[in-house]
Design a protein. Sequence first.
Length: 204
Amino acid sequence: MAGPIPYPESPNQRPLGPMPHPGYPPSPYPGTLPPPVNYPPPQRRNRFALIIVGLVVIALVVAVITTIVMTSRKDDGGLATVTDASATTAIQGYLDALTKGDDETVARNNSCGFFDAVTDKRSDMTLAKLTSDAFQRQYDSVEVSKIDKVVAWSPNQSQVLFTMRATPAGRSQGEVERQGIAQLLIQGPDILVCSYLPRNAGQF
C-alpha cells in the first residue's frame, strides 16, 4: 500500500511541537517591553530644598548688613557729632576766646580746618585780633543759653541758630538776650566755629 504510514498512538494526526517550559509564564506583550516611565520627584522634596536655600540667603544678607554696620561704627568712632550739647560747647568756647582775646583759638576756628597746614599765619592772627577787639567793644561777657535750631548741610557741616545772654560793654544795665548764627565744621574729634554772625550786628 502506497503513502505515509500513520502513527499508531494518534491516527490521522501530526506530532505536536515542544511544550513550553513550566517555570516561565507566557508574556502578556507579544513584542518588546515598552521603556520605563519617568515619574516626577515628590513635591515635598522640592519645597524643602527651596526653604533651605531661602534661609541660607537670608542668613548671608543679615551677616553682610551686620558687618557693614559694625565697620561704619568703628570708622566713625573718633568723629564728633553736632548735638545741642556739643554745639553749645563749641560756640561757647569760641565766644570765650573772643572775649578773652585768645587770637590763636579764634584764628584756628576761623580758618575752618586749614590752620595747621597754613605756613604763614600772620594774616590769620591779624584778622583774629581785629575780630576779638570788635567783639570786646560790644560785649563784656556772653553765655550761650540755648540752641534754637540745627540745620545739617552735610555729615560734617551744620548751621546753628542759638540764643545767648550777653552783658553789653561799658553799660550799667543788666544782661540782654541776643541770637546768633554759627557755621560749624566737624574736624575729627573737634567742632570748629568757622564763622559767627550776630542777628543784629555784623559778622565776627
